[in-house]
Design a protein around this ligand. Sequence first.
Ligand code: SF4
Ligand code: SF4
Length: 502
Amino acid sequence: MDRQELKNEYEGINKHELIEYLPERKLNGCTGTVGKFSVQLKGEKDTLDRTVGAIVLAHESRAVPLLESYGLKDAQNAVSLFQLEMMLESYDSRGQGEGLLQNANQIAILYGFDQEGDILGQRRVMESVAKLEENGCDVYVYTRNLKVADKDLEELYKDNRNMGGIFFKLQEKPEILSDNSISHYDPVLLRELNLKPDILVVEEELKPSPSSERLIDILGLTNPGDKFLQENNIHRLPVSTNRTGIYTVGTIRDIMSFSNIKADAANVAVRLNSCFEHVNKQYATTKAFVDKDKCCYCLTCYRSCPHGAIRLEDKPVISSFDCQVCGICASECPQEAITIVDVKWEEIKSAVSGVLKKSDKEYSPKIIAYCCENSAYEAGLAAKMFDRALPAGLEIIKVPCAGSMNLDLILSGLKEGADGILLLGCHPEACKSSKGNTFAYWRTWRLRKILEEVGFSGERIHFETLAENMDFEFSKYAMEMEEALKNLGPNPLMQPVSTSTT
Ligand code: SF4
Ligand code: SF4
């Protein structure tokens, strides 16, 4: 799609009778949940309030030229890839360009040395090469690795070569000399090559939109640091966020080409449809609720819910459309006022005591592994299936999220007679509940301290993160714990008379 087509499409959207176009406004606040978000949109002079069913974020990424890292910050003839693209717009029908392009014959493009290249950047380079060659320039592309695994890229690369474009594939960045000429050792010709181009074009690093951080705060989204939104979480389907009814499209969530952005937009349209269908027909059944008599309105649950599923009325109310049954709120509530309907804590507790009633002739440490159902539990099943080494006294217990295990639940295993407790959750940035693993890590750390204060070894409780396919690591962590427990000996709580402190 060229610029004109894009402009036409954009104007068509703005004229649509069901679309309210509000340019130059920033999202300034948002409350509510899917089906009824209240948003404040701040303009230069006023703030508008709107009620919307869902929110789609589609901010553009920003390109940061890497001129400095190539030592070309002050070079008059050095431009970024984006600046080159702007200059290419100036070519007229006679092939006459403006500015630097006016008298340029040789153009060098440096791409993919200071960062791993991406297919979007690769496409931009190749489209620029095609335009430059069409207009009579000689183009030299210096790159480490060409990525052509996107639609038509292989063809585009071949066309570039046929048109005369020259690609140097080098392991190391070429040297830029003081007169801005480029020197490199050519591994094919087995000699040094020098080029003094009229224009030096340097790659850019694509970074998330500067507004991302503000949007994350206002909307309660998982913060990926300086990375793209939702880039790494394997539990998130494309375009989804940690909040039901809030979606991301295009370069706010990853580096992608225009065709992939359009695919994202289509994906969001499908999701919005099914989301509204559920909300309108009130499909959701109660997933969790607050006992208002027990609640002291401390707001701990409101602050800890990773999915923004709790809204505040006279007491906290859990939205059944937004709740993803992670159990974190219940494990944090100081009043034990929250019930998660689908989680059968009694079954978990009785599984623990059932295991511990088994007796062994020969001492083998009893280990309870509380495993997140989204990651470690599957890794445990795989470890069994592939016949990995596992301790004889290991019991794997499925829990909705490692963060759903409060201090009492974790300790109950030790109180019932386990020699050690493993708490296993998702990797950082891949936690389905965004911060369940952080809660689990913190609680384990705290419990270890408590145990040590009363004279037990903290090694009896251990937290690790796993992905579903990490059966080997599951086995490793379990065997390491067994080894540590053999050295420590049986759980001192189970000793009839003991003053030992292990
Ligand atoms: S954490 Fe518990 S006590 Fe505090 S507001 Fe939520 S439900 Fe009420
Ligand atoms: S169970 Fe999880 S998603 Fe549901 S309200 Fe509690 S913290 Fe939020």
